[in-house]
Design a protein around this ligand. Structure first.
Ligand SMILES: Cc1cc2nc3c(=O)[nH]c(=O)nc-3n(C[C@H](O)[C@H](O)[C@H](O)COP(=O)(O)O)c2cc1C
Length: 224
């Protein structure tokens, strides 16, 4: 199953990440068909931020030795905790059912959109992504393709390279979850605001090259 998640607040065809995730998904569907393509739009259908009941239930699950999802219902002590679990379990199940996770992630204020962070905080429920018998990550065989876009340029050696908190965050998050480096693909389109930001004038060629590179990489990854 391809789990395709978009997080740009821009739901129009102007969104670079949405256009690029669709490029990947289109190629993927030609090989695998449409039935196993699941699209989640975090802007149109936001995941609610976690609440005190989520953290209380999470702590109890941790105290029980990181009980797996099957054992969580027996640990629930209130309607509020049940509500949180009902919001969380379907997202966990959906993630664990994916062979490939495709994420569209704009850079917002040097990092990731809050809508994506809300999904991350919920889906990373204690014990939910770890094999209870072996302690191994349940995502060790999952391929993760992250499509990033940013208005400016943050490439290695450029003056703003140190301000890219998006790439190290996503690398760190998925690595920490147990996605092996060879299964994690970070693809970036830079300078997407070149048409409107005066200080980027003259960099149109770099923007076009960055977009073309991202498109080619995604098509190749989707066909692999
Ligand atoms: C709320 C917000 C914050 C942004 N912050 C940054 C930023 O910190 N650095 C940057 O280069 N571009 C920033 N941008 C520009 C976006 O990263 C850029 O427009 C990107 O293409 C958005 O992805 P999308 O085209 O898929 O919507 C921001 C845009 C928005 C709406």
């Amino acid at each position: 199953m391809l789990l395709h998640i978009d997080s740009s607040a821009d739901v129009t065809a102007d969104s670079v990440t949405r256009r690029l995730t669709e490029t990947f998904a289109r190629t993927w569907r030609t090989r695998h068909g449409t039935a196993d393509h699941r699209h989640r739009d975090l802007s149109a259908d936001p995941v609610p931020p976690i609440t005190p009941a989520y953290t209380t239930l999470g702590r109890r699950v941790e105290r029980e030795g990181f009980a797996p999802p099957a054992k969580v219902p027996a640990l629930i002590e209130s309607d509020a905790e049940q509500y949180e679990w009902d919001l969380t379990l379907p997202l966990v199940t959906e993630l664990l059912g994916a062979d490939t996770v495709l994420l569209g992630v704009p850079m917002y204020n040097l990092s990731v959109p809050a809508t994506l962070k809300a999904w991350i905080d919920r889906v990373t429920f204690p014990g939910a992504l770890t094999d209870p018998d072996t302690g191994e990550s349940l995502l060790r065989d999952t391929r993760v393709v992250v499509v990033m876009a940013r208005g400016g340029g943050y490439g290695a050696g450029t003056p703003r390279a140190h301000l890219d908190f998006q790439t190290p965050y996503l690398k760190g998050y998925f690595g920490n979850l147990g996605v092996p480096p060879e299964h994690l693909h970070l693809v970036v389109a830079e300078l997407t605001r070149v048409d409107v930001l005066p200080h980027l004038a003259g960099l149109e060629g770099l923007e076009a090259a960055s977009l073309a590179r991202a498109r080619a990489t995604l098509t190749a990854l989707a066909a692999a």
